[in-house]
Every structure is written in structure tokens, then in C-alpha cells.
Write a protein that binds this ligand. Structure first.
Ligand SMILES: *Cc1c(COP(=O)(O)O)cnc(C)c1O
Length: 394
């Protein structure tokens, strides 16, 4: 895969500026901005785009996105405070299981746009805290239901046991509580039932079943709800990035669905992580050693899965490019396994990948490293130094 010129230039410059073997994250902020702007621009007019910060909460990433998204989703009290600090004034929504009372209180102080309620216990705590403060808490109920006309897909997690959201029984209890509690203001319903979705048609069918379920519940319970949150989960094809989730085609189909199901007066909110930030990040490791072991080649790079856990977490061979140094090639059109510096056989970033040329001192540049990468990694394991972090600006 070829690298954008501005990225290769920056990486070469970094290498020139550092004597020690290079290990760095590089984030292409202009590319991120262009991408999110394009995503936002073709969404139908009644839709909103929130960024799920857990995918990558680096401050420059959030600040770049802040101009183009409608707000941010926090999955913990820590993220909520960080977002409040980094992007003051931006609408925030707060999800995730096991929220502390203290976090609910902070969220009320921040006047967040919505609490994504994951359980009846949480809804009770929210009601109690809002009552004590004489405020009304805006509530979205996260649902885990068997959906109306749900598509058959192994990816859909609706209607099976999970710690997330409310099942039918939970929903009945929650609606009862909302009716009795003036401190709770029910704003809408929330679904986030899958991730790694690559199939646009399957996703449109899922959205259709969200729409049907939403309308059915509103009719059955005599509710007028302004918001339907349809989650995130649009996938990146790590083996062939060009075959990632086809957003333009999805937006066309979405517009048709909105019209067909008369959802135009409802705010349809997306909260997307991976699909927004994955492509802007690069993880760079300089090759420290190349060796052969029982007939297979290994290249050992500076860094590893303690910085970049994505390949281990996904169980895949992560895509990469090579920036050659000035040493003659030690490998020519040969398969090589790319590993890091950890004393565990699990520290593998890509297995038996063919490389045209490779030598000690070359740079391995892993692409699609901007989501669920640095921040999901076991950074303190073995006490290696952290990577450099570089943000390319205009
Ligand atoms: C993680 C998460 C998201 C974002 O998922 P992506 O696959 O990164 O788009 C959205 N909503 C909820 C509730 C989540 O937990």
C-alpha cells in the first residue's frame, strides 16, 4: 500500500531528526478533517454524526473533528471529563455499563445532551440524583431487543444475552419509571448492536428494523420521541481498505429508508468511532534485526503490540508499507513475520508477509492505525519507552 506523500515526508524527516531507531505514531490531521467532512456532508439532513471517542481520544484528533461532528460520545466518566476539557461547549452523550453516581453527577454539571441508560438500576440512580439537584435528566434507553424483521446476520448482537442495554422486561420497567419520575426526560431510544460491518445492504436492513422497532414502540407506549440513536460499527477492511464500508451508497439507501418509514421528523443520530479515525493513523517501527529461525524469517521492529495491539486484538495480519533505508536488501521477495520487542510469541503484527526488499534500518509503516490502537494497548508491559507521537497539520 502506498503512503500519502505528506506522511512519507514526515516520517523520513522524523528518522533524520532522531539518532535512535524510530518508533512513532503519526496522525494525518488534514486527511482526518477531509474524511469526516465528506462523511458529514452526505448524511441526510435529519441525521447527526457523533464521534465515539473511545476509538481514539487524542486531543488533536478531537479538536480536528470538533468542527465537523455534531458532538462526542463518551463511554466512561474519564472520557466525559476529557471531552469536556478538550472540546468545551460540544454536545456530549454518555454511555457504557457500570456508571458511578459520581460520574452521573459530573455529567449533570456538564449539562450533557443525553444519558444512555444501560440498566434499570442506573435509571433509578439517575432519577434520584436528578431529583436531588432539581434538574431533569435527558434519557436515551439503550435497547437489546429482538428486532422487528431483523436481518439474519451473525454480526447482530440484538436479542441475545449481553451486559448492554435493556431487554423487553427491562424496557417495561424503565418506561414505568420514566412515567413516574418527573426528573427523567425520555428523549429517545438507542441501539448499537454490531461492529466491523462491511456490508451496506445488511446495515440498511438493520437500520430498517431499528426504524420499525422505534415506530412500533412509540405506538405501543404512546410516546413521542425526538431522537433515535443508531450507534456506529461501520467497518474497515484491513486487508483491502478500498473495500471498507461504502458510506456514499449507505447514505443514499438511508435517505430512501427515512422517506419510506416517515422518519424525517426524527433526529437519527450516529455515534461512529473506527470508521472515522482508523485511516488517519500510522504506526512506525524501525527494523532492528532480521533473522531466520527454523526456515522462517523474522523482522524485529522497535516497538510492538504493547503500543499497537490492533493486530493482536483483531487476530489479523496488519497492512503495512516499507520505507527503505540505505542498506542493501537482506530479504528479496521473501515472506517475513513482523514482530516487536516483547518476550512473548504473541507479539506479532503480521505473519509471513511477502516483502519486495527489506533490511535492518528500514521502516515498517503500519497503516489504518488511528482507531483502537495506542489507547487499547498494554503500554506498561516490559517497560519499553513509549512511541513518539506526531500530528501532521496543514
Ligand atoms: C464502541 C461504541 C461505538 C463505536 O463503535 P465503532 O465500531 O468504533 O464505530 C458506538 N456506540 C457504542 C455504544 C459503543 O460502545
Amino acid at each position: 500500500m502506498s503512503l500519502p506523500a505528506s506522511v512519507s515526508r514526515r516520517i523520513s524527516q522524523l528518522k533524520a531528526d532522531h539518532n535512535a531507531p524510530l518508533c512513532a505514531y503519526v496522525y494525518d490531521l488534514p486527511a482526518l478533517e477531509k474524511h469526516v467532512k465528506a462523511l458529514r456532508q452526505i448524511l441526510p439532513s435529519n441525521c447527526e454524526l457523533f464521534y465515539a471517542a473511545k476509538a481514539n481520544p487524542e486531543a488533536p484528533v478531537l479538536k480536528t473533528l470538533a468542527h465537523w461532528v455534531d458532538g462526542f460520545e463518551a463511554a466512561s466518566g474519564g472520557e466525559l471529563s476529557w471531552l469536556h476539557e478538550q472540546c468545551p461547549g460540544q454536545p456530549l452523550i454518555f454511555g457504557g455499563p457500570g456508571k458511578l453516581d459520581h460520574e452521573l453527577e459530573i455529567a449533570m454539571e456538564y449539562r450533557i445532551s443525553a444519558f444512555h441508560v444501560e440498566s434499570v438500576t442506573e435509571l433509578r440512580s439517575l432519577a434520584r440524583i436528578a431529583r436531588q439537584r432539581s434538574v431533569r435528566a435527558p434519557v436515551m434507553l439503550r435497547l437489546n431487543l429482538k428486532l422487528a424483521q431483523a436481518p439474519q446476520s451473525r454480526l447482530v448482537m440484538g436479542g441475545i444475552p449481553t451486559p448492554f442495554g435493556l431487554d423487553d422486561e427491562g424496557l417495561a420497567a424503565a418506561l414505568q419509571l420514566v412515567r413516574e419520575e418527573p426528573s427523567l426526560e425520555l428523549k429517545g431510544l438507542h441501539f448499537h448492536l454490531l461492529s466491523h460491518q462491511l456490508d451496506v445492504d445488511a446495515h440498511l436492513e438493520l437500520i430498517r428494523s431499528y426504524f420499525l422497532t422505534f415506530r412500533q414502540l412509540c405506538a405501543d407506549h404512546d410516546l413521542q420521541l425526538p431522537v433515535l440513536n443508531v450507534g456506529g460499527g461501520m467497518g474497515i477492511n484491513y486487508q483491502n481498505a478500498a473495500q471498507s464500508f461504502d458510506w456514499p451508497r449507505f447514505c443514499q439507501g438511508l435517505k430512501v429508508l427515512i422517506d419510506e418509514h416517515e422518519m424525517g421528523a426524527t433526529c437519527v443520530r450516529f455515534e461512529i468511532g473506527r470508521f472515522i479515525s482508523a485511516a488517519c493513523g500510522y504506526y512506525v517501527m524501525q527494523v532492528l534485526d532480521i533473522k531466520s529461525s527454523h526456515g522462517q524469517f523474522f523482522a524485529i521492529g522497535r516497538g510492538g503490540t504493547h503500543h499497537f495491539r490492533t493486530p493482536a486484538a483483531q487476530g489479523h495480519d496488519h497492512p503495512f508499507s516499507v520505507i527503505r533505508g540505505n542498506q542493501p536488501a537482506q530479504l528479496n521477495d521473501q515472506p517475513v513475520t513482523l514482530v516487536g520487542q516483547l518476550c512473548t510469541p504473541k507479539d506479532v503484527l503480521a505473519k509471513q508477509q511477502p516483502v519486495a526488499e527489506l533490511a535492518i534500518g528500514d521502516l515498517l509503516v503500519f497503516t489504518l492505525a488511528g482507531a483502537y490502537a495506542w489507547n487499547i494497548s498494554h503500554q506498561n508491559f516490559l517497560m519499553h519507552e513509549p512511541p513518539l507521537k506526531v500530528f501532521i497539520e496543514d
